[in-house]
Write a protein that binds this ligand. Sequence first.
Ligand code: CP
Ligand code: NVA
Length: 304
Amino acid sequence: MMHLISVSDLAHEEIYELLDLAARIKERRGHYTDALKDMSLAMIFEKPSTRTRVSFEVAMTELGGHALYLNYADLQLGRSETICDTASVLSRYVHVIMARVYRHETVRELARCADIPVINALSDMEHPCQLLADLLTIRERKGDLKDLRIAWIGDGNNVCNSLMLGSAITGMNLSVACPAGYEPDAGIVARANELGSGVLITNDPIEAASGADVLYTDVWVSMGDEKEEEKRLRDFSGFQINSDLLGHAKSDCIVLHCLPAHRGQEISAEVLDGEHSVVMDQAENRLHAQKALLMAVIPRQCDG
Ligand code: CP
Ligand code: NVA
């Protein structure tokens, strides 16, 4: 693995190696302080972030390296310097680039032009770093991932796309329930079907949630969709994870949300803050999973 642009860049064994390393790092948080000594990460942000920004920056600090926060609009990129020139120049300064962007093509272009690893920190198409933390969280609570029943309720968005690919690769049975017109990307559905046992796509949340080991949702209005907010809030009515829907899942079902959350929209406060919710573990696991990812993608140079 040189870049992580899509979850489909990861083979089955690579995912498990990353999860095993993340679990070890989590257990012994103070033991990797020199792992990325003197290494630098450039973090390009075209959109806001709390978890991604802080967890990547803290990850680099705790591994002995350094992270630079680069607001897209403050870079010459925001004044029409090309993506390719930016990638080439950053490759002369730092050891890895991560980017949160609107268009998936932007992060692909960065990867094409960079001489160093590029990590997708969320695009309109995928959120692979989130997926690693999700799998780590599910595995902590449920043991093996294979054959678990997982239900996505809500928008067929970037997080859903990465979950489809991750479920296919790890052998989880995923059902996706979306309102008509908000189904996930057809190309990613096809790729997930090639990689695994197939995703059930339905417009019925109860069908998806029935017997589930894991329920997962995300905002109805993603970054970049704000102009559609009013219509979306209408269209997604009935797709909330609440106690009624949770009642259709297994009694020991866990509830995931990548956060930020809107209590009363995609999830009720009662469920988000309730005993089935593991969302704060999931948020914490961004840090551990990304440390493992950074250690895997940054080639260590020999001193001598
Ligand atoms: N889940 C996630 O990526 O959160 P941020 O937008 O806060 O980074
Ligand atoms: N789907 C959301 C995820 C936020 C972490 C968005 O793209 O805004």
